[in-house]
Design a protein around this ligand. Structure first.
Ligand code: NAD
Length: 356
């Protein structure tokens, strides 16, 4: 089997972490009997330099004609002062919209060997946690009607949270299907004590739950969820929530792991084609210095093998290699906490050596 992968190497450390990840993918393919054909997509800051726009014509087509998209990161200080429509991040919005990606999956796992890096109290960190946050990505207040008007109180602004049953059902399905492959618990987070859109969210998720009798459903209000993540994160398996609540809670959860250089993400739509990327940015402060931690991107590729291509064994092999390298005490600078560390190249070699 040959898989076509669109590569958005991007800016800053993007090209370095994508290079490491392609080496891991190629070796996984050799072991498990498949190949990858990579297609470069020019997007982000480099595209602005070369073509004058963040997402040149044809770039999205390559993504749509591939089996999946792997992204490093885009952006950097060089392009910070451009007008909004010319910023590198616009490329990502364009790709996400063009691929109709409505579900964002962000795992936040506290690995036992890295629990000292967590800001949580030691007795809470000792229990560890393994959470998958499923965030709705194309609806809600970020896409609802907004505006400004004059009122007797002065200039007034508004944003609107809107959700339809269809939007809630399709993100709910992703959450229940994901939970089926994990510990079979979905926590749906809303603000149903105040918001009408949350009441529709809750009703719809409960109706959907009847189709998944093997999965337990719990409701939680978002203010309580923000507290529970800090007090007892081990209680969560899959969290499903709206765009704005997911934005905030997934950043909170990722900080609890203490290491953003380790966290992958996936964005999915109605097809098996997805967009896979680390949650961190382009880290321009360390670009080109052999300091980038490739693990978040490598784990994003493992998510791609599992979720888009159904290659569970190969995905497990990559994740096991990461766990073993970390368990052996190897660290890039970002997770070394001032202790001894190795460069990106050496980390990539160690991961390749562990891959079986
Ligand atoms: P950042 O995530 O790039 O960096 C924050 C800190 O974490 C920096 O000190 C950086 O060196 C470190 N870091 C991040 N990833 C690392 C890795 N893999 N290995 C080692 N250290 C790592 O966030 P920022 O500094 O706020 O943003 C830098 C640029 O990235 C900005 O232009 C921003 O707009 C862009 N950005 C892009 C994306 C994306 O492409 N999806 C996401 C976030 C930010």
């Amino acid at each position: 089997m040959n898989y076509k992968i669109a590569l958005i190497r991007g800016d800053g450390i993007g090209p370095e972490i994508i290079d490491s990840t392609c080496q891991m993918l190629d070796k996984t393919g050799q072991i498990y009997g498949f190949t990858f054909e990579y297609r470069d997509v020019l997007a982000g800051g480099r595209a602005i330099d070369e073509c004058g726009v963040p997402l040149p014509e044809g770039a999205l087509d390559i993504c749509l004609q591939s089996d999946s998209v792997l992204l490093g990161a885009v952006g950097g200080p060089k392009w910070d002062n451009l007008p909004g429509h010319l910023r590198p991040e616009r490329a990502l919005l364009g790709v996400r919209k063009g691929m109709e990606l409505f579900a964002n999956l962000r795992p936040a796992r506290l690995m036992p060997m890295l629990k000292d890096a967590s800001p949580l109290r030691s007795e809470i960190a000792a229990k560890g946690f393994d959470i998958m946050i499923v965030r709705e990505l194309t609806g809600g207040i970020y896409f609802g009607k907004s505006g400004r008007y004059d009122s007797p109180d002065g200039e007034t602004a508004f944003d609107t949270e809107t959700y339809s049953v269809n939007e809630i059902r399709r993100i709910g399905k992703v959450a229940f299907e994901t939970a089926r492959k994990r510990r079979k618990l979905v926590t749906s987070i809303d603000k149903a004590n105040v918001l009408e859109s949350s009441r529709l969210w809750r009703e719809t998720i409960h109706e959907l739950a009847a189709e998944y009798p093997d999965v337990e459903l719990r409701d939680m209000l978002v203010d309580n969820a923000a507290m529970q993540l800090v007090l007892n994160p081990a209680q969560f398996d899959v969290i499903v929530t709206s765009n704005i609540f997911g934005d905030i809670l997934s950043d909170e959860a990722s900080q609890l792991t203490g290491s953003i250089g380790l966290l992958p993400s996936a964005s999915l739509g109605a097809t098996t084609r997805g967009l896979y990327e680390p949650i961190h940015g382009s880290a321009p402060d360390i670009a080109g210095q052999n300091l980038a931690n490739p693990i978040a991107t490598v784990l994003s590729a493992a998510m791609m093998l599992r979720l888009s291509f159904g290659l569970t064994e190969a995905a497990d092999a990559i994740e096991t290699a990461v766990d073993e390298v970390l368990a052996a005490g190897l660290r890039t600078k970002d997770i070394a906490r001032g202790g001894p560390h190795i460069g990106s190249d050496a980390m990539t070699r160690a991961l390749l050596d562990q891959l079986r």
